[in-house]
Design a protein around this ligand. Structure first.
Ligand code: SF4
Ligand code: SF4
Length: 156
């Protein structure tokens, strides 16, 4: 099977297939799905190849794009005794993961850099559900990347 050229939507990271219909997640507004697209449609200025969008050199959703990682009871159980001290308890009883200051905000306490600069989570197998929900290519992923300036925002 021939590999589609990168000039079409076929290999774009933001071509969503989550609801069984191909839509452009890059042009979604709010909770509404973006416009329907064909894999053969010409790529637009929002195009990023699936190969170029990866967590190793991004880390957006674990650092400044969001300011909190909620910890629900099931998450706390999954974190186990090893990571209980990473749970931050707020005055109203709400719980999330501790944050660490950075030059431009905060990052999750579990996020680190390897020697090559790539990011990694040191408790990936135990990470909370909200982290699991932000998969590569998801709306949350795109939102995070836009907030740190890694992906183009159609509103700017
Ligand atoms: S899921 Fe998306 S935003 Fe989060 S680190 Fe991976 S590529 Fe970046
Ligand atoms: S727990 Fe891991 S995956 Fe979740 S935000 Fe922190 S570093 Fe990212």
């Amino acid at each position: 099977m021939p590999v589609p050229p990168p000039s079409t939507c076929a290999s774009c990271a933001w071509l969503s297939t989550s609801d069984g219909t191909l839509t452009c997640q890059g042009r979604a507004i709010g909770d509404a799905p973006g416009p329907e697209r064909l894999r053969t449609d010409p790529a637009c200025e929002l195009y990023e190849s699936q190969r170029s969008v990866g967590c190793d050199d991004c880390g957006a959703c674990c650092r400044e794009a969001y300011d909190s990682v909620p910890v629900e009871p099931a998450d706390a159980e999954r974190l186990g005794p090893t990571y209980q001290d990473r749970i931050r308890v707020h005055d109203d009883g709400w719980t999330d993961l501790h944050r660490v200051p950075t030059a431009c905000g905060t990052r999750c306490i579990a996020l680190h850099n390897r020697d090559n600069g790539y990011f990694y989570c040191d408790m990936y197998d135990q990470r909370p559900q909200t982290c699991r929900d932000v998969a590569i290519g998801s709306a949350g992923c795109l939102f995070a990347r836009r907030r740190v300036g890694l992906s183009v925002n159609i509103t700017t």
